[in-house]
Write a protein that binds this ligand. Structure first.
Ligand SMILES: Nc1ncnc2c1ncn2[C@@H]1O[C@H](COP(=O)(O)OP(=O)(O)O)[C@@H](O)[C@H]1O
Ligand SMILES: [Mg+2]
Length: 144
């Protein structure tokens, strides 16, 4: 079902209203975003996992930036979740999406494995990069 990714973002972020008083969640949303074929509930789960991780990375006091972008040339929509936490060490990068990999005391390590599966089911890809000037940035790419 073609849906608006921005509606999914709005609905998901409203869940965080008033929950983390020292976290700022900014949106940088594209004005020309086409609709995407997506399962809205599953995509909410993707966002929740990425935003929860981002908030935890900032120790619940930082900035999280949600962005969207339309790559017209490749017919793809990009969703970014960036934080200004410590970032991800190079040696951890390929383990992130493996089930049960966690660096947290009480982490299940399942969040990103689930995210990865849902993104794949949408014929998308996910990657992680360095955020600037600091932190991590997860990028989900979906067919427009
Ligand atoms: N935004 C982030 N910044 C830094 N590290 C992250 C971030 N997101 C995920 N990670 C790393 O990836 C690991 C796996 O994440 P996840 O699968 O969601 O499991 P969990 O959150 O239960 O640890 C985390 O334990 C952490 O080491
Ligand atoms: Mg997690």
């Amino acid at each position: 079902m073609p849906s608006s990714l921005h509606d999914v973002i709005d609905q998901t972020l409203s869940l965080y209203d008033g929950l983390f008083t020292q976290v700022r969640i900014d949106r940088r949303l594209a004005s020309d975003l086409p609709s995407v074929r997506l399962d809205a509930d599953q995509m909410k789960r993707v966002l929740i996992n990425l935003v929860d991780n981002a908030i935890e990375a900032t120790d619940k006091k930082g900035t999280v930036v949600i962005s969207t972008e339309f790559d017209r040339t490749h017919g793809r929509v990009r969703l970014g979740v960036a934080d200004d936490g410590p970032g991800i060490p190079a040696e951890d990068r390929e383990k992130l999406f493996v089930p049960h990999f966690s660096t947290k005391k009480r982490g299940s390590g399942l969040g990103l494995a689930i995210v990865n599966r849902i993104v794949q089911e949408h014929q998308g890809v996910i990657r992680v990069e360095d955020n600037r000037p600091r932190g991590a940035r997860f990028v989900v790419e979906l067919p427009a």
